[in-house]
Design a protein around this ligand. Structure first.
Ligand code: NAD
Length: 389
């Protein structure tokens, strides 16, 4: 059996095929080109709903085993995220092993692009931690299977306005569950981080009459929202102690942890940051014990994925925004499943995703008739793949 020992922890190993079987992964691809310093891993978890889409992360992993585990974990998360967001996309993710500050080059990303192209559309990439729009433009020189390209090149550009609308709608849905109506008027909302998403989100919140408190490590970023929208500035260290209804993590992950949760008097947590729970099981339970309603991050922040998914069909921001509005219904469904089944919101979200995967996977067992076959033949003919008689 293929076995990758973790160098720093000799007792830990990744048994690749057992890992793939454990969570039904479809494919794991290793891409290597020492001439350009490329070591990349592409993980495809599930393509029931469509091509696997997920970003390419560039990171200095401590070991190859760690990079494999990360690619697998992130790919599976993408399957659930796309399924819950009602997108026809599967789950995939890629990692490039390297230092994003020193190891980038045109040749590296174009070589990587050729490997992606070789997968013939089973995997579509995008930017992620450690990669940016510029890198993806190099990837795009070698493959059409890349999304999240700048507006100037015909892509969807900055996803933040769409993400912000999704978070706003998800927050309203959480209020509807908690208070019996979804109005944010006079609700006190603490927004942690004053970056791209928070900027657009605070506009929505203030236009509905919410009292918004905002903080950022760079005070001037928070001050911009204070000045433009009439929010109230809070120092970064004080956010968890605020007496407010809603906490909106919009900075980094891991902020719901042993140290912060006991300080919280919030009633709802609803924000865009990825991986908010430091430990998914332990800290979601801590929130439940404190009667804090948690809107799962990977559901409420799906606007970014919705945005890039729209790029694949020819980008139209109105359509992307309309889909992001549907996050309202998805959050309502999840919270009602959680209540009915007495499970956590995160578990309910996974349940909803698995339900859709099972139902949509099953429809493919029905033969769709001659036309789809003819359509495929026509396509092959157009590409010159059929022999002329
Ligand atoms: P951003 O980098 O523009 O903003 C993040 C802000 O948080 C920065 O201004 C940073 O200074 C601040 N910050 C960092 N640590 C902080 C702390 N401890 N206290 C207060 N402020 C702090 O990022 P963004 O695009 O607005 O995204 C915000 C979060 O949402 C990230 O976790 C991102 O992964 C996630 N997310 C973003 C999108 C999107 O469309 N941009 C989509 C899905 C998820």
């Amino acid at each position: 059996m293929t076995n990758f020992a973790v160098q720093s922890e000799p007792s830990t190993a990744v048994n690749i095929f057992s890992e793939l079987e454990k969570h039904d992964y479809e494919q794991l691809i290793f891409c290597s080109d020492p001439k350009v310093g490329l070591k990349a891993i592409i993980a495809i978890h599930n393509t029931t709903l469509g091509p696997a889409l997920g970003g390419t992360r560039m990171w200095s992993y401590h070991s190859e085993a760690e990079s494999i585990v990360d690619a697998l974990r992130l790919a599976r998360g993408m399957t659930y995220k796309a399924a819950v967001a009602r997108l026809n996309l599967g789950g995939g993710k890629a990692v490039i092993i390297g230092d994003s500050k020193t190891d980038k080059s045109e040749a590296l990303f174009r070589t990587y692009g050729r490997f992606v192209e070789g997968l013939a559309g089973r995997y579509i990439t995008a930017e992620d931690v450690g990669t940016n729009v510029r890198d993806m433009e190099w990837v795009r020189m070698e493959t059409k299977y890349v999304t999240g390209i700048s507006r100037a090149l015909g892509g969807s550009g900055d996803p933040s306005p769409v993400t912000a609308l999704g978070v706003y709608m998800g927050m309203k849905a959480a209020c509807s569950e908690r208070y019996g109506n979804d109005s944010l008027n006079r609700k006190k909302i603490v927004v942690q981080g004053a970056g791209h998403v928070a900027y657009h989100l605070c506009g929505y919140l203030r236009s509905e009459g919410a009292v918004v408190y905002v903080s950022d490590l760079y005070e001037e970023k928070a001050r911009r929202i204070v000045n433009e929208y009439g929010a109230i500035y809070v120092a970064p260290d004080d956010v968890y102690d605020q007496d407010a209804h809603i906490f909106c993590p919009a900075a980094l992950g891991g902020v719901l942890n042993d140290e912060t949760i006991p300080r919280m008097r919030f009633e709802i947590i609803a924000g865009c940051a990825n991986n908010q729970l430091k430990d998914e099981v332990v800290h979601e339970q801590m929130l439940i014990d404190r009667d804090i309603l948690y809107a799962p991050d990977f559901v409420i922040n799906a606007g970014g994925l919705i945005n890039v998914a729209n790029e694949l069909e020819g980008y139209n921001q109105e359509r992307a925004l309309a889909q992001a509005r549907e996050i309202y219904d998805v959050i309502k469904d999840i919270l009602s499943i959680a209540k009915r089944k007495k499970i956590t919101p995160n578990s309910a979200a996974i349940h909803l995703a698995e339900d859709r995967l099972a139902k949509i996977g099953q429809i493919k067992s029905i033969y769709a008739g001659h036309s789809s076959y003819a359509g495929r033949l026509g396509e092959m003919n157009a590409r010159g793949m059929l022999l002329k008689t």
